[in-house]
Design a protein. Sequence first.
Length: 196
Amino acid sequence: MIRAEEVEKRYGQRRALRPVSFALDRGGFLVVTGANGAGKTTLLRLLAGLAAPTRGALAVDASRDRLGYLGHEALVYGELSAVENLELFGRLYRVPERRERIGMLLERLGLWEARRERVSAYSRGMRQRLALCRVLLHDPELLVLDEPFTALDEEGADRLDEELRRLVGASTVVLATHDQDRVAGLSTGHLALVAS
């Protein structure tokens, strides 16, 4: 599904990602680690098609409508409720049976009781849970997750653990984290990046 050969990213003279090579088969689960500044976010943005490599070759065999990307921002609308946000994204992605899917995700990620509240009233952890619902809503074949455990309390992290276990083998996952041990049992590969 993904093949990277000496992929590097620079912004002017500043190197954001040292050359990296790896391959990830469909259904694989790659954990990306490294210190701050090693290029984890940059690599994930390249995989999601949000930036282009400066050098090297990168092939990602997934169309944009079959990709789920979670970055550092939740990318949800504060003036809307959780249901309204997911309904909007569900229509954009043409999700079949979206009301059922929305309800299922809100229940599984622990937001069902708060589903009608404005997102602006949510805590950072609740916004992260909603962002995960958004990313999973259209059942993507490739998930690119940048520090998905950020701001989650223990219950939220446990719920995310369950979701990740469900995804093993069903979707291809690339997950950047500082806590490799949390996902070690799920991964089929590990990529350690070195700071520039």
